[in-house]
Design a protein around this ligand. Structure first.
Ligand SMILES: NC(=O)c1ccc[n+]([C@@H]2O[C@H](COP(=O)([O-])OP(=O)(O)OC[C@H]3O[C@@H](n4cnc5c(N)ncnc54)[C@H](OP(=O)(O)O)[C@@H]3O)[C@@H](O)[C@H]2O)c1
Length: 255
């Protein structure tokens, strides 16, 4: 356990599975007291039991619902958290006009509206030294045809976080966007994406993504962190291509 982090408090949304769960585990092993938030109570309970020690807790919240977002915001304002990780999010794949509008709006509610509301509540009472990490995506840089709204929500998250990174520097609050590429979690199954079509070398584990993110959080230098060497390499190539070419290539992978 790192002494510098002992007694620090972190709230992680979407902590019941995947990347959020790995954040909870690695932060706890660094000495943070973790509050885990998601909908699945039995998974949250299991996680807190697994983390062991004192001071970890959870609460159930569906971040597509205003009243649950408000409860989470209240907890953030009362809890004196040193770190907020806005990680909860999901994708929906398909032709835009064929997906139910309510499904798309449920996604923008969690990926954007809840993230903005929780960032706002947190930054209202943040103290010097505190940090906010928003989990965005590599796809925030390149739209993919069948993940159109999802990519746009993540473009919002990266842009929003980078602007806050600059604005919040004068009060010594660090803001960072984490941009993972394909990561082996439940994301692909839930979104309808097919990660079998992505080269295995490009798929990271949640543990690797989180270890890289926490390394950069400790450094507090970069506003935007892309996990995975191949993702950073691909990102570099796409930056020098036309937008048209980048969208065509990514959409053509049909994952
Ligand atoms: N996996 C990837 O390839 C990948 C790549 C780039 C970015 N990301 C981003 O990483 C983040 C975590 O995703 P993941 O890969 O770990 O996927 P995951 O395994 O499906 O986990 C998603 C987490 O979000 C929570 N969540 C979803 N809807 C929620 C809601 N309405 N209210 C509260 N919590 C909700 C889920 O918990 P409950 O179901 O218990 O509520 C779960 O804990 C997301 O923002 C995703 O966009 C993932």
């Amino acid at each position: 356990m790192s002494q510098s982090n002992s007694n620090k408090r972190a709230l992680v949304t979407g902590a019941s599975e995947g990347i959020g769960r790995a954040f909870a585990q690695q932060l706890a092993s660094q000495g943070y007291r973790v509050t885990a938030v998601a909908r699945n109570e039995s998974r949250l309970k299991g996680l807190v039991a697994e983390l062991g020690g004192d001071g970890h807790d959870y609460f159930v919240a569906d971040l597509s619902r205003d009243k649950d977002v408000q409860r989470t915001a209240d907890a953030l304002q009362k809890g004196a958290y040193d770190l907020l990780i806005n990680n909860a999010g999901f994708g929906v794949k398909g032709r835009f006009e064929e997906i139910e509008l309510s499904e798309l709006q449920g996604m923008t509610a969690v990926n954007i509206d809840a993230l903005v509301a929780l960032s706002h509540a947190y930054l209202k009472t943040a103290r010097p030294g505190d940090a906010l990490m928003n989990v965005s995506s590599f796809l925030s840089f390149i739209p993919v045809a069948d993940l159109n709204v999802y990519c746009a929500t993540k473009a919002f998250v990266t842009s929003f976080s980078e602007a806050l990174w600059y604005q919040q520097k004068d009060r010594d609050v660090f803001v960072m966007a984490l941009c993972p590429g394909a990561t082996s979690t439940n994301f692909d199954e839930r979104s309808g994406a097919d990660y079998d079509k992505i080269p295995k070398a490009m798929i990271q584990t949640a543990d690797a993504v989180v270890a890289y993110a926490l390394k950069h959080l400790a450094r507090r230098r970069k506003p935007t962190v892309i996990s995975g060497f191949l993702n950073r390499f691909m990102g570099g190539i796409h930056r020098i291509r036309t937008r048209k070419g980048a969208v065509k290539t990514m959409s053509g992978m049909d994952f």
